[in-house]
Design a protein around this ligand. Sequence first.
Ligand SMILES: Cc1cc2nc3c(=O)[nH]c(=O)nc-3n(C[C@H](O)[C@H](O)[C@H](O)COP(=O)(O)OP(=O)(O)OC[C@H]3O[C@@H](n4cnc5c(N)ncnc54)[C@H](O)[C@@H]3O)c2cc1C
Length: 476
Amino acid sequence: GQISETMEGSTGRVAKKKVAVVGGGLVGALNACFFAKRGFDVEVFETREDIRLAKIVKGRSINLALSHRGRQALKHVGIEEKIVSKGIPMHARMIHSLTGKQSPIPYGKKGQYILSVDRANLNKVLLTEAETYPNTKLNFDHKLQDWSVETGLMTFVRSDGSKKQTTADLIVGCDGAFSATRKQFLRQTRFNYSQTYIPHGYMELTMLPINGEFAMRPNYLHIWPRNTFMMIALPNLDKTFTCTLFMPFDEFEKITTGDQVIEFFQKYFPDTIPLIGVDTLKRDYFRLPAQAMVSVKCSPYHIGDKCVLMGDAAHAVVPFYGQGMNAGFEDCNVFDEIMDQFSEDLSAVLPEYSRVRVPDDHAIADLAMYNYVEMRAHVNSRWFLFRKYLDNLLHFLMPKTIIPLYTMVTFTRTRYHEAVAHWHWQNKVIHRGLLLSTTGAVLGGSYLLIKNPPNVNKLIIPAEKVWNRLMALRTS
Ligand SMILES: Cc1cc2nc3c(=O)[nH]c(=O)nc-3n(C[C@H](O)[C@H](O)[C@H](O)COP(=O)(O)OP(=O)(O)OC[C@H]3O[C@@H](n4cnc5c(N)ncnc54)[C@H](O)[C@@H]3O)c2cc1C
């Protein structure tokens, strides 16, 4: 694509359009690279101090699952390998039953995996990468307070109370779920907005190495599904696991003493007690209160040719599909593709971006909400496991026609809303297929029955058994 340029004065100096990226988190820092690569003058404004200098980083989660969409965006700015080499592949979910039995459920085909990556390291690498462009400037300790739709004038407050004002040709709001950039959108006519807090909160606990080794098998995303709540654990490079307990807030609040924590873990996660350690559990449970999770949907994502929202600022999703950051990274990629399509004409790019991206981000928000139930409850059901098995088998037999939803979402760049539509279609086909094959078996059996009356008992019993098995699976 061509670079938007305006001639300035008679010196012949070329001034490129100025882009202000609000928020230097994961999506903001990556977006700075995308815009810088196109030659724009980029300034990033981030509330926090530079996390590369800070001793303790207050983050939202310690590690994250990175998959195809996120990787494609990182690849575009040339840092995929840098991040992947520091990630830990997770090939399957490892389901822990109450009795401590562990059963893997692969994520996809052999060789397909998601990566556990360190959030702080990823953010640091992205900021450093953004800084390698001479046309990028990072401003820390700059909190956006407000901006003007008419003039594009932004007002920032600093920790010493001072204020700073500046303008930009384009403001890119990447300031997370509680975006200050978005406040102006709420004052616009025909802007849709909704936010939903789920009743669950989350708490992170650390499982240290045992004798210098991972306490559990490292190349898995460990899950303890317990219906109304669950715990998951992702591996870190330092051989620790970060365990995240998801539970309704009122359940969290019922536990007020160290002994109650142990009692609770004894009841629901007994295999983790020796791995985390009684004393650590008693201490860490009370270190930080459980954190809330919010799902935010809005549309459109732009105001004129002035401002656009990306990442959690546009669509915070609950973390149960491991797609929040991946979707945010893909936002940058999609925007960049549209920039090419419309030769960087912002008055055409911004509306097109909203048109294309809103249905996809809304689809992943819905899917994440759906998985909120699936992960903690359905994985316990035999029907679910049967369907996973059947989907994988059919995918193997007809790789282009039947593609498991998880595969489309995690290992391809199929548009999210198309993945959902395809999933509905193939569910219909599979259910019909199941019905047909059962009917076929019954009819075939009846035919044989008529032909060979003496074998009645031998034939009826297996057919009945098959049917009962299926029904039992459906309702279990
Ligand atoms: C428990 C949990 C687990 C998750 N696991 C995964 C996972 O496995 N895979 C995945 O893909 N996603 C996951 N996510 C989602 C992921 O964390 C987010 O989607 C991602 O962090 C979004 O990045 P962002 O840059 O849009 O927002 P943020 O990471 O929130 O960054 C926003 C930045 O903007 C700054 N900021 C805020 N307000 C202002 C202001 N007024 N002015 C200037 N700067 C401001 C903030 O300081 C911050 O640095 C998870 C989320 C949670 C909560």
